[in-house]
Design a protein around this ligand. Structure first.
Ligand code: SR1
Ligand code: MG
Length: 400
């Protein structure tokens, strides 16, 4: 018999008292359900002083934003906690701390991050966090290197691949990133004004072949334990601190998917800024986004290469020149996956505030079209974009 039951606020407080690792558990008294994501319940647990102390997160047996008509495995809670624990082993400074988890209840207690801000909200408001992009690059280099074949023993790696098999969550990505946006699917969501742009996607055979290749690599290339959904809403930032949360899409996949997802979200913000802010503020924020993109790739690639040089264990993979060759392949994937993130967030099932919050419809449509066109460019011309400088040139040329 299953032990699972959906938590009430009272259950969440009781659970936090037992498993929250707080020094004075009897002072925990109130839970506010604050989940605004697509999938889960999230309770913020406060003490008698009203101070937020710990987070209790529980998976529901269905997709929260749709309801019971879209059932979804509870095993995602185990995968999330275990992915975060592995990532914390290699990059504790940028991974949210898991204090306790229980697979049967699909519940996890994690550190409270109320002193930080969700990066997406800050980006939408035009707030700059100059260290954030390099910190994400550091996180990705550490967790992806240490779970890859460059570092893991082949037996350990194969066991880990099997432990992180995540078919239902991967299917969401397979459908929402690579399939639905490129055909007339009921899950797509776009205003009528976007229809000509969207129908052009559906007719674009070269684009669909390039997306097929990206999907194929997502399905087949078990390169490292990915976060799997690392968009700017899964990242908390402060002036000097950054923490990644929400790893329920974790699985062994292509390294460029994680980097491309973050990069795609920076570009979504770039596309949305003219609709979100006054012209001068938007221009300044756009410059910051371009700097973020350079900083992200620089931090990732420099650290990943250094880790291979110093800690690489596979005698064949550490061959001189191979790290450079591998990073070229990761860069190409990064561009392609960033392109798919741009397109699916503009016209697919799951939209982002960077575009959706633009109130004036014409401005919103212009920014959404920009995201789609830029996404197409990245997917179709990745091989002509050898480095971050070339990418910035392409992005500057693209335009609303
Ligand atoms: C049905 S879930 C839709 C999206 O929300 C998650 O955060 C992932 O990005 C997923 O694609
Ligand atoms: Mg998420």
């Amino acid at each position: 018999m299953s032990l699972y039951r959906t938590f009430s606020a009272v259950d969440a407080v009781e659970y936090a008292r037992q498993f929250g690792a707080v020094p004075d558990p009897h002072t925990l008294v109130v839970a506010d359900e604050i989940g605004d994501g697509n999938l889960n319940l999230v309770f913020k647990i406060r003490d008698t002083q009203g101070v937020s102390r710990v987070i209790v997160k529980q998976a529901l047996p269905y997709v929260r934003c749709v309801g019971e008509s879209w059932p979804l495995t509870l095993d995602r809670a185990r995968i999330e906690a275990e992915t975060l624990l592995v990532h914390a082993q290699y990059c504790p400074q940028h991974t949210v701390k898991v204090l306790h988890h229980d697979a049967a209840l699909a519940v996890m207690v994690q550190e409270d991050l109320s002193h930080l801000h969700i990066w997406r909200r800050e980006l939408v408001d035009g707030q700059a966090y100059p260290q954030a992009a390099a910190q994400v690059g550091e996180y990705l280099a550490q967790v992806l290197f240490h779970t890859s074949d460059f570092y893991q023993h082949p037996h350990e790696k194969k066991a880990a691949v099997s432990r992180f098999i995540n078919p239902e969550l991967c299917q969401i990505t397979e459908d929402l990133f690579f399939t639905d946006p490129y055909r007339d699917h009921e899950r797509n969501r776009f205003d009528t004004a976007l229809r000509p742009t969207v129908e052009a996607l559906w007719r674009d055979a070269a684009l669909k072949r390039a997306v097929a290749a990206l999907k194929h690599r997502f399905l087949a290339n078990a390169e490292a334990l990915l976060h799997g959904d690392i968009h700017s809403g899964s990242i908390f930032v402060g002036p000097t601190t950054l923490k990644v949360i929400d790893a329920e899409f974790g699985f062994y996949g292509p390294i460029g998917f994680d980097i491309g997802t973050v990069l795609g979200n920076l570009l979504l913000n770039f596309c949305g800024l003219p609709g979100l802010l006054a012209p001068r503020d938007a221009a300044a924020a756009r410059d910051n986004r371009l700097q973020d993109i350079t900083a992200l790739w620089h931090a990732f690639s420099v650290r990943f290469s250094a880790l291979i040089e110093v800690y690489g264990r596979d005698p064949a993979l550490v061959e001189s020149g191979y790290a450079e060759q591998f990073l070229k392949h990761v860069w190409q994937d990064t561009l392609g996956y960033a392109g798919t993130e741009l397109i699916r967030r503009a016209i697919g099932f799951s939209h982002v505030a960077d575009l959706a919050n633009i109130v004036e419809p014409q401005a919103r449509h212009a920014c959404q079209r920009h995201a789609v066109e830029l996404g197409k460019t990245l997917i179709l011309t990745a091989s002509d974009i050898p480095d971050a400088a070339a990418l910035l040139a392409r992005v500057r040329q693209s335009g609303a």
